[in-house]
Write a protein that binds this ligand. Structure first.
Ligand code: CO
Length: 283
């Protein structure tokens, strides 16, 4: 099997979102839709308790997308217009399908040692499902399968590894989303269908991705030229940890506008009209 090579590496940029949350963004929604079906990848990792209380993301709408929140340290409290509320705790995942619309708030809280560490991925919905009912899949840390083999530890959120299926299902993009940790001296290879978008967010250590050394923190974008992804820990013996993200593109035109991603300008205009006249949330 041929290994996919690296197309390019993105250096995440600092951005301020919500009510003043500083985060590292690898990419955000754009009409060019280069990472189809993925729209955004953000990394919360600002651990200075002197920053004081976190202001979080006060009530905001979403339509036409899915947001996937994975916390490694600290928690996120959430509450929405449909009466759902809860806490995404350490090691948990929340896969939120906004469909036609929700209004929610997301409030990060520090862990006992003052840290916050987590990721939010946005996945597109195909045109035919953008106006479906909203849905949540909440997975506690204990329900995420951990696969340990030859120095590689994988926490599987969505997709399939060695006959084990991740807990998040029925997602149209058939995504693969997993947290992969390689001990020094280990190697990982994983088959990915050709045509699928493949990304790796390297957040600890350094590794060889298709024989190129990649240091954390970096977003690796793979070319569509092979049947598998191969990663090795680097020669300096540091080990590496990354989120592996892959999925089938929808190949539909998109029109992003803030927290909405639709297919046409008219659909965005209609969304804004509904927000203004109070018909955005459908019973
Ligand atoms: Co949100």
């Amino acid at each position: 099997m041929n290994n996919r090579t690296i197309s390019h590496i993105i250096e995440p940029q600092l951005v301020i979102e919500g009510a003043g949350v500083l985060l590292r963004r690898s990419f955000g929604p754009h009409a060019s839709n280069k990472f189809d079906p993925f729209l955004l990848f953000d990394h919360f990792a600002f651990n200075n308790p002197l920053e004081g209380p976190l202001r979080g993301f006060p009530t905001h709408p979403h339509r036409g997308i899915e947001t996937v929140t994975y916390m490694l340290e600290g928690t996120v409290r959430h509450r929405d217009s449909l009466g759902n509320m809860g806490t995404i705790a350490e090691g948990d995942v929340q896969w939120m399908t906004s469909g036609r619309g929700i209004l929610h708030e997301e409030m990060p809280r520090r862990s006992e040692n003052g840290n916050i560490y987590g990721f939010q991925l946005w996945v597109n919905l195909p045109a035919a499902q953008k106006m479906n009912q909203p849905r949540y899949q909440e997975v506690g840390t204990g329900d995420i399968p951990v696969i340990e083999k030859n120095g590689v530890t994988t926490r599987l959120v969505a997709g399939e590894v060695d006959g084990v299926t991740g807990p998040v299902g029925e997602i149209t993009a058939a995504p693969l989303y997993m947290d992969v940790k390689l001990d020094p001296g280990s190697r990982f290879s994983f088959p990915i269908p050709s045509g699928h978008t493949v990304l790796a967010y390297v957040f600890e250590g350094a590794g060889e991705f298709s024989n190129e050394v990649v240091e954390s923190v970096s977003m690796v974008v793979f070319a569509d030229n092979g049947e598998q992804v191969e990663v090795k820990s680097d020669a300096a013996g540091r080990g590496v940890r990354f989120m592996l993200i892959a999925g089938a593109p929808f190949k539909e035109p998109i029109v992003p506008y803030g927290p909405f991603v639709m297919n046409t300008r008219e659909e965005i205009e209609e969304t804004i009209r509904e927000l203004r006249n109070g018909t955005f949330i459908k019973p």
